[in-house]
Design a protein around this ligand. Sequence first.
Ligand SMILES: [Zn+2]
Length: 107
Amino acid sequence: MVIRMRHTRAHTKNRRSHHALKAPNLATCANCGATHRPHHMCLECGFYNGRQVMDLKAKKESREARLQAKREAISAQAAQIDPTEADSVAEAPAPEAIDEPKREEQK
Ligand SMILES: [Zn+2]
């Protein structure tokens, strides 16, 4: 950077005086009392403007069921792979052991 382009400290601080972050405006839900973004659906109960626009409870339950099925599938897969993977891990050298000879070659 050329000195001609450099701003004074005062110039920099004057510019940055407008960079402060503001706390977000939050409204309280009329249905459950939780805070939510104004003009947005309440993320706790799914209400907007006095009526339910999204069934968050059903959505959460379906998501939990999907995640549980995924976890079970992964654990079942890991149980099948484990005996063979344990042998390959024992045969392969540790990553630290691989790194050390390379560093010596570079020197
Ligand atoms: Zn609510």
